[in-house]
Each structure stands twice: as structure tokens, then as C-alpha cells.
Design a protein around this ligand. Structure first.
Ligand SMILES: Cc1ncc(C[n+]2csc(CCOP(=O)(O)OP(=O)(O)O)c2C)c(N)n1
Ligand SMILES: [Mg+2]
Length: 656
């Protein structure tokens, strides 16, 4: 190997080994193994400018094998990203550092996404590559013309989500996407043969990818493969045959080097073997020089791009979209819809109202990209006459995600992370179990993605308990920074959609009913009451003795129960609770007043009780589910499981 490349790659090896040694924790094997591939990519091919980590037209580099974070931190440091100082490398894995164990989005400039959970980086990269093609179609190649590169390990490819991701990418012909597979045949427990015998090249090929295998330590092969990838009209997989822990005389090629410090003696032996005479964290100028030049390589290209943007008539719109701001008129038609609904009081399934809301905003917010995991008609996510997003022009705004809930949710994260688009996608609420790991990453990263979860209770009826969510609302509400909405009628649906779209730093789930439900918001208010999270929908006549809290389709049941109680002279107020998370953010005095001091508090929701203590206290009554549902019409199931206005009234009376 020519001297500069060897020195540049060895710098990654040594920095990674030393940082792990200092922390006495971390993963040296993967960075040492992939150092050659990463050096060629970052010094010759990747389009980036270390001086401007957020340049919108940069290539995206996703480290799906996130345990190898020292690879990325070394690259960021060596190529000159200002935030990635030597001190940060020395503080690897320490509290408050920019170098956490796994790369975290929004924490460290130059890190595109959080990729600790194996496989999800690859799946998010698919979303990034979709966003790139779509934005290129919308704004032209002058402004959007970049690639997405993924480093994935054996683990990423073993994870099931990789299947969803690669088949979707293959179908959409995402030629700007390249996966660099660290084909080292080692995972934590030992050799790959212990647990896997897949022909990965054949698998990717079958999904519509162009594939190639190379020696991941051969400069010429790496360079030629990267050039080959750029010429393909399909997504590309490059299997890079590497030796994990390359350079360590005793551990190279073994699983011992995957995830622990090498130890003083082996660190010294590795230095000697590599011919690297410098102390820990000392990088000589002759190594910095070519690395810093690599980091500046893109500056000229970026400046030319900036000049094109400055001269572009689309500049303001491009900048607005990339900043994630909504158009000024985003909700014009939606406000009209709310006013109409307050008058017309339409009774319908809340999923249907959601579909109508989408019709009112889709034209106003060109950044919206919809989709569904093969339940388009059920989720009401498709707006009439919308072009499907597909090769070759990618200008469409609706994605047929196929039966891939996890892949869809991860791709939505990638779309949001790329910027310029706002993804929403539908499935049955019960299948958020399938997409939950990606919802969790969205919540952790603080990004705006909107999950439409229809068929939100036993009210879906005959499909039965496999399809009827019971614990899902509680489970989703348990997740930090996730906004879980369960609107009751057309007005609340519109209000909750507004809140989801306004939340630039949190994902949302819309829990929507399959079954018809009456309007409950029947008076013009001129305020987004759902923004309070919970609000009094009906006051008590006379002194209030009972408060009934309810969400979604059960709000109507609560109102009917109030009628029964009031007829018996029991003053009853009804509180609608479209979103726990928004309620938690209200001032304490609002919360206290809203929960109130009636002697009896009852909650009704066609799910489990967990979490409702927040509103009803330890001694409140709860009307809902205690087990799984059943297969029957919804009109039968609600009385069968005792979720009726009579049951709510009786529960209140029993407590009086
Ligand atoms: C979803 C998920 N499961 C398990 C882990 C824990 N884990 C981290 S690395 C790893 C093995 C990965 O093997 P490979 O991708 O081949 O990495 P290498 O050992 O080659 O560096 C495992 C199981 C994880 N990070 N994410
Ligand atoms: Mg491996």
C-alpha cells in the first residue's frame, strides 16, 4: 500500500484502539477492520465538507454497525470536523462527551443518525436515499444530487429489518444507495458459521441489487468497487472481506477483538506491528495533512452549490423545506374544515376524518410524503390523485411500503433525517409492535414522523384479538418524547394532526378508530383544545360529583354516561384526553383544575388501565380491558367487555 493511505488508515486503527483502551470499554475490532475501506471512501469518494457538517447536498454516511463508533469519530476528527477534538476522543464513552458509545443524532456534528440497534441504520439509509431522489425530482439536480453510503456488519444483515429494507430499496431502484458490508465473518459469540450460512450476495441480488465482493484491505479493489457502485442503476452491495481487529498481532480475525479493550501489552504489540511509533492520541502532521485535505475536498463543490442555491428561484422554498418549517398557509383549509365540522357534526370513524384532514393539508404542505404498509384503504392515508413515489422520476408523494411495518417506520426516520420532507405512514395500531424499535429511535432522536395507527381497539370487530390493540396505548405512552394522540371526532382529529405537524422534535402516533363515532365537539371554540392534552368537554349541571375521563371513541360513551348520571341528579363532568404527553406539559394549576376534586373519578378507554392513575388516582374507577379481545362485531364486543355508558355510570355510582 502507498504510504499515505497506510498511514491514514492506521491512524484510524490506533485512535480507535487507544480510545477504547482509555475508556476501558468499546469496540476496537470493527474500526480496525474497516479502516481501509473507510479511508478510501472518505478521502476519495464521499461528498462532504468538514467545515459544514449540515450542508444539505452532502452525501449521507450511515454507520449501521454503530458499535464501531470509533471508526466514525476517528474519521470526523482526522478529516477536521471542528467539534471532534482529540479531547473528545479521549473522553470516549464518558458523560457529556460528543463521543457516546454509539453515535447519537443531534449530539455530534457529522453523525447522521443513531445506529446502536443493528440493522436500523441500513433501514434508515433507505429512507434517506428515497428522500434524496424525491428532493432531486422536486428541486432539480442543481440543488439535490448526492448519495447514501452505509457501513453494515454481519449483525445488521442478520437482523430481520434488513430484509424489509433491502427489498424495498431494490424495488424502488435506489441507485444512489450503497451498502459496504464489513464481511468479517465474526460476531460477538464467535464465527458467523455458528448461526448463519446465508449467501448474502445472492440475497441482495434477489432483491434487485447489484452486488460485488472485494478484499476490503486492497486499495485498488476498494477504489474500483466504489467507482463501480456509482455507475449502477440499482442499489449496490459491496461485500468487503476484512479481518476484524486488523493490525492486532494476537487478536486479529477473532471475536475477542469485537468489543473490549486490547490491553496494554496488545496495544503495544499492535503499535509495533503497524510501525506506528507515536504515543497514544498523537497523530503526526504528515498524517493530518492528507486527512485535512480530504476533509476540505468538498468545500469547492459546496461553494458552487451555495452559489446555485443563491441564484435559484426555488431558494426560499428549498430553505423552508430543509429547515422543516411549515408553509405559512399550511392550515388554511384545515381551519375551514374545523369550522365546517363544528356545524355539520359529522359522525364517522376517526380514520375517515383523518383521511379528510389529509385531503385538506396535502396540497398546502408539499413536504408531506404519505404511505402505508399495505393497508392504504384501511388507514385512509392516500389522498386522491396523488402520484406514487417510484422510479424513474420519484416526484410522487405516496410510498407503497409493502407489508413491512418496521422497514416503513425506519425508512420514515431516514426520510425525516434527510430533511425537506415530512413522512407519515399507516398500519393497524396493533402492529406498532412491529415498528416500535424505529418509533423508539425517532423519539430518541427527536424527529418528526407521524404514524397513523388505525383500528385502535376492540371496536375493529371481527378481525379479532390478534388485531385488537389492548396494551398498545399504554405501551406507546410509556415511551419518552412520543406524542400519542387518540382523537374523539373530526375536530379533535384535525387538532391532533396540527399538533403532530407542529412538533418538529417529536414523533407522533395517531390512534384512530375503524368504527363510526359521533361528533363530540359541536360548538365553535376558536382554540386548539387538544393542545392542552386534556380539557373539559362537558361541565356538570349542579355541583360536580363525578368526573369521567375518556379518549377517542369512548368519549361518546362518557357523554352518554354523563346523561345517565345527570338524570339521576349526579353532577358529572366529562374530560376528553386526546394526548397524555401534551397534558403533562401544561402548567401545574391547569392540570390540577382539570383533574379537579370531584369525589369520584372514572376513566373509560377500550384498553388496559396502566397509566390512568395519572387522572383517576389509586382509588378511581376504570372501565376498559383486562385481557385480550374477541372476534365479533364491535356492537357485540363493547357490551361483552362491559365498556358501555351504563357500565361507566354504574362504576361511578358504586364509588359515590
Ligand atoms: C438489535 C441489536 N441486537 C444486538 C446488539 C448487540 N450487538 C452489538 S454488536 C453485535 C454483534 C455484531 O456483529 P457484527 O455486526 O458482525 O460486528 P463485528 O463483530 O463484526 O464488529 C451485537 C449482537 C445490538 N447492538 N443491536
Ligand atoms: Mg462481523
Amino acid at each position: 500500500m502507498p504510504a499515505p493511505h497506510k498511514l491514514m488508515a492506521d491512524a484510524i486503527r490506533v485512535l480507535s484502539m487507544d480510545a477504547v483502551e482509555k475508556a476501558n470499554s468499546g469496540h476496537p475490532g470493527m474500526p480496525m477492520g474497516m479502516a481501509d475501506v473507510a479511508t478510501v471512501l472518505w478521502s476519495k469518494v464521499l461528498k462532504y465538507d468538514a467545515g459544514d457538517p449540515n450542508w444539505p447536498d452532502r452525501d449521507r454516511f450511515v454507520l449501521s454497525a454503530g458499535h464501531g463508533s470509533m471508526l466514525l469519530y476517528s474519521l470526523l476528527h482526522l478529516s477536521g470536523f471542528k467539534a471532534m477534538t482529540l479531547d473528545q476522543l479521549k473522553a470516549f464513552r464518558q458523560l457529556g462527551s460528543a463521543t457516546p458509545g454509539h453515535p447519537e443524532y443531534g449530539h455530534t456534528p457529522g453523525v447522521e443518525t443513531t445506529t446502536g440497534p443493528l440493522g436500523q441504520g441500513l433501514a434508515m439509509a433507505v429512507g434517506m436515499a428515497i428522500a434524496e431522489r424525491h428532493m432531486a425530482a422536486r428541486f432539480g439536480a442543481d440543488l439535490v444530487d448526492h448519495r447514501t453510503w452505509v457501513v453494515a456488519g454481519d449483525g445488521c444483515l442478520m437482523e430481520g429489518v434488513s430484509h424489509e429494507a433491502i427489498s424495498l430499496a431494490g424495488r424502488l431502484k435506489l441507485a444512489r444507495l450503497t451498502v459496504l458490508w464489513d464481511d468479517n465473518r465474526i460476531t460477538i459469540d464467535g464465527a458467523i458459521d455458528l448461526s448463519d450460512a446465508t449467501d448474502q450476495l445472492a440475497r441482495f441480488k434477489a432483491a434487485g441489487w447489484a452486488v460485488k465482493a472485494i478484499d476490503g484491505h486492497d486499495l485498488g479493489q476498494i477504489g474500483r468497487a466504489l467507482a463501480w457502485a456509482r455507475r449502477q442503476d440499482k442499489p449496490t452491495l459491496i461485500a468487503c472481506k476484512t479481518r476484524i481487529g486488523k493490525g492486532s498481532p494476537n487478536f486479529e480475525g477473532t471475536h475477542d477483538v469485537h468489543g473490549k479493550a486490547l490491553g496494554e501489552a496488545e496495544v503495544a504489540a499492535t503499535r509495533k506491528a503497524l510501525g506506528w511509533p507515536h504515543e497514544a492520541f498523537v497523530v503526526p502532521d504528515e498524517v493530518y495533512r492528507p486527512w485535512r485535505a480530504a476533509g476540505r475536498r468538498g468545500a469547492r463543490v459546496r461553494k458552487a452549490w451555495a452559489a446555485r442555491l443563491a441564484a435559484s428561484p426555488a431558494r426560499a422554498e428549498f430553505e423552508r423545506a430543509v429547515a422543516g418549517a411549515l408553509p405559512a398557509h399550511a392550515f388554511g383549509q384545515l381551519d375551514a374544515f374545523i369550522a365546517e365540522a363544528e356545524q355539520a357534526r359529522p359522525a364517522a370513524a376517526t380514520r375517515q376524518h383523518s383521511g379528510t384532514v389529509l385531503e385538506r393539508i396535502f396540497g398546502e404542505i408539499p413536504d408531506l410524503i404519505g404511505g402505508s404498509a399495505d393497508l392504504t384503504g384501511s388507514n385512509n392515508t392516500y389522498v386522491k390523485n396523488t402520484q406514487v413515489l417510484d422510479a424513474p422520476d420519484y416526484a410522487g408523494r405516496y410510498i407503497n411500503y409493502g407489508v413491512r411495518e418496521f422497514g416503513m417506520a425506519a425508512a420514515m426516520n431516514g426520510l425525516a433525517l434527510h430533511g425537506g420532507v415530512i413522512p407519515y405512514g399507516g398500519t393497524f395500531l396493533v402492529f406498532t409492535d412491529y415498528s416500535r424499535p424505529a418509533i423508539r429511535l425517532a423519539a430518541l432522536m427527536g424527529i418528526r414522523v407521524i404514524h397513523v395507527g388505525t383500528h385502535d381497539s376492540i371496536g375493529l370487530g371481527e378481525d379479532g384479538p390478534t388485531h385488537q390493540p389492548v396494551e398498545h396505548l399504554a405501551a406507546l405512552r410509556a415511551m419518552p418524547n412520543l406524542h400519542v394522540f387518540r382523537p374523539a371526532d373530526a375536530v379533535e382529529v384535525a387538532e391532533c394532526w396540527k399538533l403532530a405537524l407542529d412538533a418538529q422534535t417529536a414523533p407522533s402516533v395517531m390512534a384512530l378508530s375503524r368504527q363510526k363515532t359521533p361528533a363530540v365537539r359541536t360548538a365553535p371554540i376558536g382554540e386548539n383544545l387538544s393542545a392542552r392534552g386534556a380539557y373539559q368537554l362537558a361541565a356538570a349541571e349542579g355541583p360536580a360529583q363525578v368526573t369521567i375521563f375518556a379518549t377517542g371513541t369512548e368519549v361518546a360513551i362518557a357523554l352518554a354516561a354523563r346523561d345517565l348520571l345527570q338524570a339521576d341528579g349526579v353532577g358529572t363532568r366529562v374530560v376528553s384526553v386526546p394526548c397524555f404527553e401534551h397534558f403533562d406539559r401544561q402548567p401545574a394549576d391547569y392540570q390540577a383544575a382539570l383533574i379537579g376534586e370531584t369525589p369520584v373519578r372514572v376513566a373509560v378507554e377500550a384498553g388496559v388501565r396502566m397509566g390512568w392513575e395519572r387522572f383517576i388516582g389509586e382509588h378511581g374507577a376504570f372501565v376498559g380491558m383486562t385481557g385480550f379481545g374477541a372476534s365479533a362485531p364491535d356492537k357485540v364486543l363493547y357490551p361483552h367487555f362491559g365498556i358501555t355508558s351504563e357500565a361507566v355510570a354504574a362504576a361511578a355510582k358504586a364509588k359515590l
